[in-house]
Write a protein that binds this ligand. Structure first.
Ligand code: BV8
Length: 250
């Protein structure tokens, strides 16, 4: 049995016994849907910009048209993308355990399109815009407008995402902490673990005695329970894990 088989089997038993599974995802879970990860080298026009510069209040204040063009392109790419087997594996897993809480750093909406419910969006969504004057949130706006305006008051709209240096939505962050503190299994999938406060969630889960899986392209396969790491593609590993849990339940 390979290391990976052993880790998957061990994890499947933990999932089979789990009362509450909490999952944190990052850009890596959408990579196999063709959406570049947040730190993939920016391509084309965007290769000359630092994403952390564009995704900031200062960047938007400096050049709102440029930032809106970046988000418009990412929104179009997200709409054209399809959820991949990793997104669907989490939908299946949610049906196999008493409770699953899904927390995402992603703004592409692919978890919801795959069928996941009650997704906690820590960093907002490409599919919403917010009025700069009164904070009202809109799910449609004039997509052809370089500087979209609020349909209610005409003020400038901004993407309804959390930029660097901005506070996360309080309700979302509180729900994420509650689910992290309560769970007995915590998955961190496809995130470089760089951006705070999301990056602290796996450590908090581990400190509370949860079994933790870090699934990423950059880690190596190792099992030092209760921390498991798998080096692999989410779209390949998660479906294998879920089918192993399904066999245990049969
Ligand atoms: C805040 C929306 C309070 C916009 C994003 C300590 C405490 C608190 C704050 C800080 C702190 N230290 C520093 C800070 C400030 C900052 C921060 O964390 N900076 C970092 C860069 C050090 N944090 C903040 O500003 C946050 N606000 O804390 O408020 C505050 C306020 C003022 C002053 C101080 C504190 C707000 C952060 C939110 C920023 N917005 N997104 C947008 O998307 O345009 S974050 C952005 O990065 C994306 O959401 C992305 O999801 C997120 C994290 O990146 P990842 O998802 O991990 O993506 P990445 O590309 O990095 O990695 C992908 C991984 O997938 C890779 O490891 C790759 O190997 C792997 N992978 C690839 N393919 C696959 C795969 N894995 C599996 N399968 C595959 N097929």
């Amino acid at each position: 049995m390979s290391d990976l088989d052993e880790v998957i089997t061990a994890l499947a038993h933990h999932l089979h016994a789990a009362q509450h599974v909490t999952v944190l995802t990052g850009a890596g879970i959408s990579a196999e849907s063709g959406i570049p990860t947040f730190r993939d080298a920016q391509t084309g026009l965007w290769s000359q910009f630092d994403p952390e510069e564009l995704a900031s209040p200062a960047g938007f204040a400096r050049n709102p048209g440029l930032v809106w063009r970046w988000y418009a392109e990412r929104r179009i790419k997200a709409c054209a993308a399809q959820p991949n087997p990793a997104h669907y594996a989490l939908v299946d897993l949610a049906k196999m355990v008493p409770k699953l809480t899904l927390i995402t750093q992603n703004i592409d909406g692919l978890h919801q399109r795959a069928g996941s419910q009650d997704v906690i969006e820590l960093h907002g969504s490409l599919h919403r815009a917010r009025c700069m004057a009164d904070g009202t949130v809109h799910t449609t706006w004039d997509y052809d407008e370089e500087l979209p305006q609020c349909p209610d008051c005409g003020a400038l709209l901004r993407p309804d995402v959390v930029w660097f240096g901005e506070y996360l939505p309080v309700a979302a962050l509180e729900a994420a902490y509650t689910a992290t503190l309560d769970c007995d299994v915590f998955f961190s999938i496809g995130t470089s673990g760089v951006v705070e406060p999301a990056a602290s969630l796996p450590r908090i889960a581990l400190s509370r005695g949860a079994t933790v899986l870090i699934l990423n392209l950059e880690q190596t396969t190792a099992a030092r329970p209760p921390l498991f790491t798998i080096h692999g593609k989410a779209g390949e590993v998660l479906p294998r894990l879920v089918s192993t849990v399904r066999r245990l339940r049969a």
